[in-house]
Design a binder for this molecule. Structure first.
Ligand code: SF4
Length: 402
């Protein structure tokens, strides 16, 4: 059944979570106490933290917050939105926003009132920025009616689905996410929904059956992103402590997506060569899928990293090509300097290369220019953009690129 959202009341119950005391906040990792952080897919707002879902690979291991199972608020939604729009890196209508993507799930029953209220507060300001909400939890038709009620923000709901059956690693049944995706897609009017197929891990969820199921599921999404596992030291330590099977011998700074696994996925999605969408709406990068779903160019300027675009729908290639322009060198030099760079700026066919500039100001530049901004100290390798070295053969295809 499809809900008639035109007549559905787009109201929601608000039972605000208790706000943590300054003393409690003081005890948090500084990165968690800071409710705004610039990440690659956008300026991320996280004024609710705590999650009971216990995914073994959760990023909260990195913030020493994995044990906080009961969500709590660090401030009111009103204060959080005021802090976001007043943030030094926020640009109205430009900066992509992410909501509750670091330390909780935005669709948990006791969190979703905050999610809807925060979206409402952003929407009421007339902001047209992208807003990304990532969940693996239950989404109902009533939730869809609320998500359809926003008029200004470009809202995308990404549903994390892995198909991992090992309950020590993935205690939440993947069927919940699959059902949510189908509900979201069937009811989508003003928002878009994405199958966020991750983490794909060799030996855990990469059988032919797993891949075929995910492909079938991708028919219930406006676009699909496939990606690997963040396997950092803190997450590896949790696996060891809990005697979980370790998927890789080494840890890595970037997500791990082995080459052969990617090839198998691409083979499976391949359509006839003359198709307008030779691999369907399948993407390697989150922002590419979000942009495609809204009929816009990629806001991260991945078009400069040409090998990422080889699977992209033809119309999307045209959109990205038209929007992609290198900034003028003096302008990039001035901005990088203002933001704190310590070395020369260079502009290549792929990216602005900076030195001594932290991730957050680099993303600020990147989203402002719609052009990649890299750090000289962390060169990206061809065909492995933003991915770890693990699982890729050495050789010409993996030569370092600026
Ligand atoms: S053309 Fe390239 S940059 Fe644009 S959405 Fe496709 S993969 Fe991303």
């Amino acid at each position: 059944m499809t809900l008639d959202t035109a007549s559905a009341p787009a109201t929601f119950q608000r039972r605000p979570l208790p706000i943590m005391t300054p003393k409690q906040i003081e005890l948090l990792e500084p990165k968690l106490a800071d409710v705004i952080e610039y990440r690659k897919s956008g300026l991320s707002l996280n004024h609710v933290i705590g999650c009971p879902l216990e995914c073994g690979y959760c990023i909260r291991h990195l913030y020493k917050n994995f044990e906080m199972k009961v969500p709590r608020a660090l401030m009111t939604d009103e204060d959080a939105v005021a802090a976001l729009v007043g943030h030094r890196y926020f640009r109205p209508h430009v900066t992509p926003i992410q909501l509750f993507n670091k330390a909780t799930d935005p669709m948990l029953p006791i969190v979703k009132g905050h999610t809807f209220n925060t979206l409402r507060l952003l929407d009421e300001r007339g902001l047209t920025n992208h807003v990304l909400v990532i969940t693996r939890w239950r989404v109902t038709e009533e939730d869809c009616a609320i998500l359809n009620s926003f008029r200004n923000i470009k809202l995308t709901i990404l549903v994390t689905y892995s198909g991992i059956g090992h309950t020590g690693i993935e205690p939440v049944d993947s069927d919940i996410a699959a059902t949510s995706l189908k509900t979201l897609y069937a009811n989508a009017q003003s928002y878009r929904t994405i199958l966020y197929w991750r983490p794909i891990v060799p030996g855990l969820n990469d059988s032919d059956e797993h891949l075929a199921f995910a492909k079938k599921l991708s028919e219930h999404a406006h676009a699909t992103v496939f990606t690997g596992l963040f396997f950092r030291d803190e997450i590896a330590a949790y696996y060891e402590e809990n005697k979980l099977p370790s998927p890789y011998e080494d840890t890595a700074r970037r997500k791990i997506m082995p080459e052969q696994l990617e090839d198998r996925i691409l083979d499976l999605f391949r359509r006839p060569a003359d198709s307008e969408e030779p691999w369907g709406p399948l993407f390697r990068k989150t922002s590419c899928a979000v942009a495609y779903a809204h009929g816009l160019a990629d806001y991260n300027g991945h078009y400069g990293v040409k090998e990422l675009c080889d699977i992209c729908p033809k119309r999307q290639l045209g959109l990205c090509a038209a929007a992609w322009n290198a900034p003028a060198l003096p302008d990039a030099e001035r901005l990088a300097k203002e933001l704190g760079s310590t070395g020369p700026v260079e502009i290549t066919e792929r990216a602005v290369i900076t030195e001594g500039l932290a991730e957050q100001p680099r993303y600020y530049m990147q989203h402002g220019y719609g052009f990649q901004v890299h750090d000289r100290a962390h060169p990206h390798r061809e065909r492995r953009h933003g991915r770890a070295e693990i699982g890729w053969r050495e050789g010409e295809r993996g030569a370092p690129t600026p």
